[in-house]
Ligand binder design. Structure first.
Ligand code: GLN
Length: 475
């Protein structure tokens, strides 16, 4: 630490940048200026009194709006939680508070993390810092754009089918989805519980390693959090990948074309020049991955979102307070009407679509044909990865089949939007860690649009994965 700037000054500088850039970008839904300055002051005092502080202490960050921060609004991008103030900290937040991180605010996202562009947010669009006509990706688009637009030093997102990696690719930053179970989801507003993971966005792989070290580890509040020894992932960044084996799944790259193909091939050459051995591999069940994801995810969505019934949390449409919802002078509703009207008004179109699909797939008589079948295919996809990892250390592909698209380009066609997730959903289905990092740019209308490469690693091999991406990035 060089003590060149205080945390309070740094925090104020970030708020200045937010005030300047965010009216155009739209990364933030809520700013927590008072909390941030208090946290920054506290760190400055500790440093002034000679205390050794953590690497993240005093560094300002942004948090996706589906993670709970005590006393702060958490909307998950939905009208359903518009006035919801969290009464507790998510485990990742309490860990960050312990090390002295500074929280600038909560970032925009697709409603309940469903989407690939932030266009499903009930509040606003988050524009791409590289081209304001384009989307920032999703669902953690606000967190990715905040880092890319220098409105936060780093941020947290959540990834159920690509929501950290795809926006990282679109915004030209690094995004890591850890192994399923590596990071506690206590206090994360759940989307699909067998797929959700929390992870960092930052400008460098090393920063992601530092953040992961602080947020990961077993948590008694999340039964799926894995028992694993505490690690300092930043200590594993040797910058040496000589002799490692990287597999390129032929199913992922066979349809690549044009400039994306060119940039991807250049990045493969770079891995070779760094001493990696490149081999072609097969993940034979790849063509089923999107269909499997879009069966399992909505099923879990329909169960998880059943709790938003107008009784327990957030919006309730049953009384005269909700005057904007009063139709035909109706001011009283019975219980069933309260449920139905709350969900009708509170949820957006995409969320309703998935709840309906999921409820159908789980219903008696269809369960075996849809949900159970999808679980069986999921096991085959996981087997593909087990077999591949007998042969190679990492699996490499582009993060997404495209660069950031224009706002409005896919909003009328959900299937087109879902195709954006084609390379990312498998890591969630298999549970393996995956990282997206910038590998090049494509030019369009005089703008340089970033493109990300995705490395997937073996279960719980974040140290190897981070080192491989770090070595690429720093050479
Ligand atoms: N884009 C994917 C979806 O819409 C992924 C979402 C996510 O990872 N939260 O489901």
């Amino acid at each position: 630490m060089n003590k060149e700037i205080t945390s309070v000054q740094l925090t104020k500088d970030y708020f200045d940048a937010i005030k300047k850039n965010d009216p155009e970008i739209g990364a933030y839904l809520t700013l927590t200026e008072e909390l941030a300055l208090k946290q920054a002051q506290f760190v400055d005092q500790r440093i002034a009194s000679g205390e050794e502080v953590d690497l993240l202490a005093g560094i300002p960050c942004a948090i996706k709006d589906n993670m709970c921060v005590d006393g702060v609004r958490a909307t998950a991008g939905s009208k359903m939680l518009d006035s919801y103030i969290s009464p507790y900290d998510a485990t990742v937040i309490s860990r960050l508070k312990e090390v002295g991180a500074v929280i600038l605010g909560k970032t925009n996202m697709d409603e309940f993390a469903m989407g690939s562009s932030t266009e499903n947010s009930a509040y606003q669009l988050t524009r791409n810092p590289h081209d304001a006509e384009r989307v920032s990706g999703g669902s953690s688009g606000g967190s990715a754009a905040a880092v890319a637009a220098d409105e936060a030093a780093w941020s947290l997102g959540s990834d159920t089918g690509g929501s950290i990696r795809q926006p990282a690719s679109f915004c030209g930053v690094v995004g890591l989805k850890p192994t399923y179970g590596r990071v506690s989801r206590h206090g994360l507003i759940a989307m699909a519980s067998s797929l959700d993971q929390i992870g960092p966005f930052a400008k460098t792989v090393e920063d992601c390693a530092i953040i992961l070290s602080r947020i990961s580890g077993e948590d008694k509040m999340d039964a799926t959090s894995a028992q694993s020894a505490d690690k300092r992932y930043e200590d594993f960044l040797t910058g040496n990948i000589k002799g490692i084996k990287i597999g390129i799944p032929k199913e992922y790259v066979q349809n690549l074309e044009g400039k994306i193909k060119e940039e991807f091939e250049k990045s493969v050459e770079k891995f070779k020049s760094l001493g990696a051995k490149i081999v072609e591999i097969s993940l034979p069940h790849s063509s089923y991955s999107l269909a499997t994801y879009y069966m399992i995810m909505p099923s879990e969505v329909s169960s998880n979102l059943a709790r938003f019934d107008g009784i327990k949390y957030g919006l309730r449409i049953n009384d005269q307070e909700n005057t904007e919802f009063i139709e035909n002078g109706k001011t009283e509703r019975n219980l069933l009407e309260t449920y139905m009207d709350t969900r009708e008004y509170g949820f957006g179109t995409e969320v309703k679509r998935r709840i309906m699909l999921g409820t159908y797939a789980l219903s008696s008589g269809y369960y075996d044909a849809y949900y159970l079948k999808a679980q069986k295919v999921r096991a085959l996809i996981r087997d593909d990865f087990e077999k591949a990892f007998e042969e190679v250390d990492f699996i490499y592909s582009p993060t997404a089949p495209e660069v950031a698209f224009k706002a409005g380009e896919k909003t009328d066609d959900p299937l087109k939007m879902y195709l954006s997730d084609i390379y990312t959903v498998t890591a969630n289905l298999a549970g393996v860690p995956a990282i997206s990092f910038p590998i090049g740019f494509l030019e369009s209308d005089g703008k340089k649009l970033p493109l990300g490469g995705q490395l997937m690693g073996k279960w719980f091999d974040e140290e190897g994965l981070l080192n491989a991406a770090h070595t690429f990035e720093t050479n």
